[in-house]
Design a protein around this ligand. Sequence first.
Ligand code: NAD
Length: 390
Amino acid sequence: MAQGRAAAGAEAAADDGNAVRTLGVVGAGTMGLGIATVAARAGLEVVVLEPDAAARERAAAKLGSVRVAGEVAELAECGIVIEAAPEDLDLKRAIFAELAAVVAPDAILATNTSSLSVEALASTVPDPTRFVGLHFFNPVKAMELVEVVVGARTDDGVAARAEALARALGKTPIRVADGIGFLANRCARPYTTEGLRCAAALDLEPARVDLACRLVGFPMGPFELIDLVGADISLGVGESFFRQSFGEPRWRPHRTLVQQVASGRLGRKTGAGFYAYGDDAPGRAPDPEGGGPDLLTDAARLEELAGPEAVAVVRWITAQLVNEAAFALEEGIAAEPDIDLAMRLGYRWPVGPLEIGRRLGFTAVRHRLVGMREDYGEAYRPAPRLGDFS
Ligand code: NAD
């Protein structure tokens, strides 16, 4: 198996007949190290470029046999280069301009960006057809999902080779279009935003919202997730979505999150967020027996286990999860089965959002959103063809 994967890895990196077997990784931070590690384990020859001397030393110690370089010229032989430098458009553009000047003209240039436009980065290289997004999830070793982000000019064969590389690394690639937040992060956005909104509108404690979500099978509730990710990071992503979309109401960051950041209670990393962390923190209450995704459509049982608020919370949040997935599907961001697969692999949801829609009935979800729109405004406008889905 390991040998088969190694051979497939070498093949994926081979460059159209030229036996280029080297993968370049730019940046030896969290993601670069993760990508280099899985690639080396899959049998690829890997060169990591890292300008910071201390980070280079740390990387060399962690990566063993992998070459860790300080100069971009050392990536000249790479058939594919994946950039995982800090999330800064100008910095990344400068990196790609330099890279394009040293690699072979037919080498594939890929970015691991999670929020910048692939097209905006592709425009810095002489041949944008060979540019693609390869969006890994953190931690790279554990997360199976890789989004292959296809820009307006990405060549189909280049996207196919990026997918082959992801598969050779033991990942499941999903092809997505270059839109705000790509696919998984976008479809996940309403989970936290609607958790915050419904808690405020229904006057519920975070723990009640989180419990309701866990009961229907989500691995953690929206408030627990914000505490894990960091309220500042979550708000930063929300602001970026809102700005890039010129003010889409669905993506307006919630005031509770803004207040949370202002208070400095950012979550686990500061020892306090919506919950307290540390040695004498109470910890999360155990879930009642009998939870699972079947409760998505069994309101009576859910109410029995956690009260009528739990039913209200699940109805609220799931309506908008289904809606966001429907918008993404209508906008051609990804194919229908891939949307559900991405959310199961990327966020460990018990079932994908379109499957949730199918179970609840898309027409019923649409009706719910029409009511929410009357009560709470344009953030709840249903995706135009939601009622036509089956
Ligand atoms: P990081 O800050 O941990 O690592 C970035 C590394 O790049 C650092 O080692 C830094 O020294 C190096 N670097 C700085 N300037 C450079 C240059 N000019 N050339 C080469 N390397 C340079 O960042 P990260 O969390 O690994 O994120 C990297 C990319 O991956 C970002 O685009 C981010 O959006 C994306 N991403 C991150 C995550 C995550 O959860 N951390 C998940 C998916 C995607």
